[in-house]
Design a binder for this molecule. Structure first.
Ligand code: NAD
Length: 482
């Protein structure tokens, strides 16, 4: 018997089942029990949601002033904060993440709406000095209907990040959350309507990527698409959107390096190095999954990391463990297979965290694991594991550190730990990444900081004021007046 009532899509302000009448199970990854069901939507449901968004944009929502949009989003932020504990518990059950992480995620989601509420009426266009006797206005305008395909690792946070900016800029949104975790986006979208968002301005359609997701990516009625997920799916959605020349923002994950020099403050660095890979069981696009250590301190850093990994407790999120389960059995098996291959390739398991006795045998567990003697060219050091697996690699000098840092297809985030300020800045310039942290690391953190990748990590930026601009386009009005 599922724990929660069946969930429905939110389309045009109404709670609706899938047109097909089909549902998908929602499974608690901590014990494989049934939580609820979701609508298994298809192109018909996406059509209805896009039509609702188009009419909201042409109607009440499209006429709303920027100030009023900001007020609606501020009320939504307050509503999320007021219901934070219930939302955190829902996020914890749906994704498996530790309750402390879920609380941080819900607070971040509220903060996204607060940030974009405050920014909504600060966004404006420009004038251009052009020909004599003319005035040129460059208007910054919303796209119209924006599509948002979001993943399962941070459902509430990525919903806030993507939808917050798009709504503040004046767009109407259609969201396809991940089939593995979409309970908080559905709940928060309903709160948005209660906060005064007109029906149709925000629609959430659940279902499988290959069905509902593909229908949204290829829909001729959307004018912009924001996607967060795997590189392969990023390619598929870009190809689908290109048929209608729809611009796409892509956030596709990474293989983020943390570079530790011999002069680093290890007391400050160590807890951050561990958290950057254990947070959300490593299922974080900006997880710090490679620690590059100057050879003279490599063995010492490895031993200190091993101590911390051994002390971590893996178990149910609601039990307050340091690390929860992976999202599903497929992801757990994928991580286990990558580690098995790495060990076959010569990597050495240095430490692995404990599984708490209360962890159900049916849970999708993979306790945090520390690997050394990793070949920089091996898949474990090149590909996104999306699990709590940390590779430690030695480097000889600055040039070697930069070569290793840049030696993967990804370029999302990085960190440099050193007391030498000039070296830190040289590396910040040399590293190919959308964000470089010096003596700190925010795995995906910082709503005020532009976020997005280089190389295979994607393109376009979300978060910060840049995330608001990303959901607008420019219209130039040239007036000849003599
Ligand atoms: P995915 O990229 O397939 O799924 C992400 C979202 O895209 C989900 O909402 C899914 O329903 C949707 N989707 C899937 N196929 C689609 C299609 N053809 N058209 C439109 N939408 C589609 O990710 P996954 O399969 O859940 O996870 C696989 C790997 O992706 C992970 O192991 C990890 O490496 C990576 N990943 C990265 C992030 C990130 O934050 N960068 C998030 C989730 C997964």
């Amino acid at each position: 018997m599922p724990l929660l009532p069946a969930r429905l899509n939110l389309i045009d302000g109404r709670d609706l089942p899938a047109a097909s009448g089909l549902t998908l199970p929602v499974i608690d990854p901590a014990d494989a029990s049934a939580l609820t069901t979701l609508p298994r939507s298809d192109a018909r449901d996406i059509d209805a949601a896009v039509a609702a968004a188009r009419s909201a944009f042409a109607g009440a929502w499209g006429r709303t002033t920027a100030t009023e949009r900001g007020r609606v989003l501020m009320r939504l932020s307050a509503a999320i904060t007021a219901q934070a504990e219930a939302l955190s518990e829902l996020e914890c059950r749906d994704t498996g993440k530790p309750i402390a992480q879920a609380r941080a995620d819900i607070a971040a989601c509220a903060r996204y709406f607060e940030f974009y509420a405050g920014a909504a009426d600060k966004l404006h266009g420009e004038t251009v000095p052009y020909a004599a006797g003319s005035t040129v206005l460059v208007l910054r305008v919303p796209f119209g209907v924006t599509g948002h395909i979001i993943p399962w690792n941070y459902p509430a946070q990525i919903f806030g990040r993507s939808v917050g900016g798009a709504l503040a800029a004046g767009n109407a949104c259609v969201v396809k959350p991940a089939e593995d975790a979409c309970l908080t986006p559905l709940r928060i979208a309903r709160l948005a309507l209660d906060a005064g968002l007109p029906a149709g301005a925000l629609n959430v359609v659940c279902g499988l990527g290959a069905e509902a997701g593909a229908a949204l990516a290829g829909h001729p009625g959307i004018a912009h698409l924001s996607f967060t997920g795997s590189p392969a799916t990023g390619t598929a959605v870009t190809q689908a959107a290109a048929v209608h020349h729809v611009p796409v923002t892509l956030e596709l994950g990474g293989k983020s390096p943390q570079i530790v020099f011999a002069d680093a403050d290890l007391d400050a660095a160590l807890p951050v190095l561990v958290n950057a890979i254990v947070q959300n069981a490593g299922q974080t696009c900006a997880a710090g999954s490679r620690v590059l250590v100057e050879r003279s301190v490599h063995d010492r850093v490895l031993a200190l990391l091993a101590e911390r990994f051994s002390a971590l407790r893996t178990g149910p999120g609601l039990a307050g463990a340091d690390c929860g389960p992976l999202i599903n059995a497929r992801q757990r098996d994928r991580v286990a297979a990558m580690v098995e291959r790495a060990v076959g390739d010569g990597a050495r398991v240095v430490a692995q965290s404990r599984l708490l006795p209360e962890a159900a045998a049916t849970g999708c567990w993979f306790p945090p694991l520390l690997l050394a003697d990793v070949d920089p060219a091996a898949p474990i050091a090149q590909e996104e594991v999306f699990g709590p697996v940390l590779c430690v690699l030695p480097f000889d000098d600055e040039a070697h550190a930069v070569a290793l840092a840049n030696g993967t297809p990804y370029g999302l985030t990085a960190a440099v730990w050193t007391r030498d300020g000039s070296r830190a800045l040289r590396l910040a310039h040399a590293i190919e990444a959308g964000q470089v942290f010096i003596n700190n690391y925010g795995a995906g953190g910082g709503i005020e900081l532009p976020f997005g990748g280089m190389k295979h990590s994607g393109h376009g930026r979300e978060k910060a004021f840049e995330g608001l601009r990303s959901f607008t386009t420019l219209k130039t009005v040239a007036i000849a007046h003599g």
